[in-house]
Ligand binder design. Structure first.
Ligand SMILES: Cc1cc2nc3c(=O)[nH]c(=O)nc-3n(C[C@H](O)[C@H](O)[C@H](O)COP(=O)(O)OP(=O)(O)OC[C@H]3O[C@@H](n4cnc5c(N)ncnc54)[C@H](O)[C@@H]3O)c2cc1C
Length: 283
């Protein structure tokens, strides 16, 4: 396994924000993961697992323990199923399914991150998310045993899964796909990517949506209605393109972003009496 001491987490998050991890280990297979966990346990360090760091806002002080970056990326097809390890980038998964003529995960087009992070977050679009394609998930439970969970055990909800509570480690998953012409899939993927380019600020680093959408409304719409688009603190700004994104203009800190989060939350509460909840994970 690859070991890095005092590794800046800004290098491992799409927000490009975050102080150092005492130790970061990059694990490429399950044995390396088990060794890393054993080491952290021996030292008494807290551990935190990351994938692509695309839904993560890390404190400027960093993390005083071990960050385990999942870089496990094996996958195979079994008829219409895809069986993949958690660290595989979503873009790689999508590309391989497309080439093989297996449809079902096009909704992940343009979503950064890994399979494990996408399962943890039940990532996706409004009408389709990971829960619609997952058959089962393999995990390392908190007793250190490998266990397979069926869909009914995953407690998927809106950007929510059992893993928010259990903090078990996702090792991999089996996804259900369906055969389709590769060209048809490619057209659909390209359309989705084009739409995203218009809608979300891809020109600056960010952590994706900051808040969950409240019932029957959009966090972005509410923040925009409060007149907060373009509000800047330090080097962080509420995006002018989509108000539920905070962008890093270059050198933004956790503190800059956090102040914007608090302002947006307070203003929306004041004007609409709605409590916005964070979608982004804080480390
Ligand atoms: C520009 C942009 C656009 C985005 N658009 C979308 C979108 O359209 N829809 C959407 O749903 N999301 C979107 N996101 C958010 C993000 O890409 C997804 O939530 C993604 O699935 C997170 O995956 P990750 O590997 O980066 O997770 P990370 O950010 O690394 O981790 C997120 C959480 O998952 C946990 N985690 C990660 N891997 C594992 C594992 N193997 N086992 C246990 N826990 C794990 C981490 O501990 C953390 O709590 C966007 C983000 C960006 C930056």
């Amino acid at each position: 396994m690859e070991i890095r001491y005092n590794e800046p987490l800004s290098k491992h998050t799409t927000f490009k924000i975050g102080g150092p991890a005492r130790v970061m280990v990059i694990v490429r297979n399950i044995d390396e993961l088990l060794n890393a966990l054993e080491w952290a346990h021996r030292e008494g360090w807290p551990t935190y697992v990351i994938g692509g760091g695309s839904n993560l806002l890390v404190h400027d002080e960093g993390f005083p323990g071990m960050v385990i970056k999942m870089a496990t990326s094996d996958y195979r097809f079994d008829n219409n199923y895809l069986i993949a390890q958690a660290g595989i980038p979503l873009a790689t998964l999508l590309m391989n399914c497309m080439e093989r003529g297996l449809a079902g995960i096009e909704f992940l087009a343009g979503i950064p991150g890994t399979l494990g992070g996408a399962i943890y977050m039940n990532a996706g679009l409004k009408k389709i998310t990971m829960k619609d394609v997952i058959e089962e998930v393999e995990i390392l439970n908190n007793k250190g045993e490998i266990q397979t969970l069926g869909l009914d055990e995953l407690e998927f909800g809106y950007r929510q899964s059992r893993f928010h509570n259990t903090r078990e480690i996702i090792l991999g998953a089996k996804l259900r796909l369906n055969p389709e012409n590769p060209e048809t899939i490619r057209v659909r993927v390209n359309e989705l990517i084009q739409k995203r380019k218009h809608r979300i600020p891809l020109e600056y680093p960010s952590g994706g949506s900051i808040f969950r959408n409240p019932a029957n409304d959009y966090a972005g719409r509410l923040i925009e209605q409060c007149g907060l688009k373009g509000l800047q603190i330090g080097k962080a700004m509420i995006s002018r393109k989509h108000a539920n994104f905070i962008v890093n203009l270059g050198g933004a800190t956790f503190k800059d972003v956090w102040q914007l989060i608090e302002i947006a939350r307070d203003k929306v509460k004041e004007q609409f009496d709605i409590e916005l909840e964070l979608e982004i994970e804080i480390l």
